[in-house]
Design a protein around this ligand. Sequence first.
Ligand SMILES: [Zn+2]
Length: 245
Amino acid sequence: MNGDELRHLLAIHEDISRVMKDPRFPPPNRWGSDLRMFVVTALWVIAVERAPKGTRIPRVCEVMHLDNFHFWELIRSDLPRYEPDTMYRDGGCVAVLPRAKRRCGKGTVWAFSVTNPVDGTWELVGYCSRHREEGRAAEAAERRRKQAGGIPTPLPNRGGLLPCYLPWDWSKNYAKADSNWEPPAVGIRADDWPVLTKVEAAHPTPPKLTVVSGAFEFEEPDASEADAGPPQLRLIGSDKQGRVE
Ligand SMILES: [Zn+2]
């Protein structure tokens, strides 16, 4: 093994360990598909197996046993978007008990979203049957806020991890995974989002993709690579004999 090979292997090792330590990855989705393992497998397929361009996504799917449906569900789970941190179900009724100075917490009978007009973030809140009046007042206030207009689009706080690690055209893939999705103004890459500065500070290692690009001859984001995924996957699904180039 020469020096270049060794550097190559060490860089892959570092990249994979960065993915493994990244706290932003969600747990496996409801079908058990794991986005973190998808990224690790893709890095492996690109840098170690050196699968030729156009065969990489199908190869990753083959290793992970992802069919067309599960592949796109996994991509969908990484859509850059805003999502509230907590759902009302976690804490029950949000009405504040004046004496106890805490939230009621009882089982809720109805819920709705409450928007922060400053940054556009929203959360679902619920009220129990005893606190109907409080709920009605809060719901009316929300209606007034929405009618007043001018609520900004919230910054994304979920997804956007694939573009941090894999040099493929994720804008195109996200749009394909969900036709209603719109790219956030701050970009699709979670590393670039201002709301994630806390996470970045906890893990100060800068993204390595540019370094890796030179060493491994990664191509620029490439739409044809993205396109190579689904049609070939369908072929894998229908013909278990092997991959189709
Ligand atoms: Zn209550």
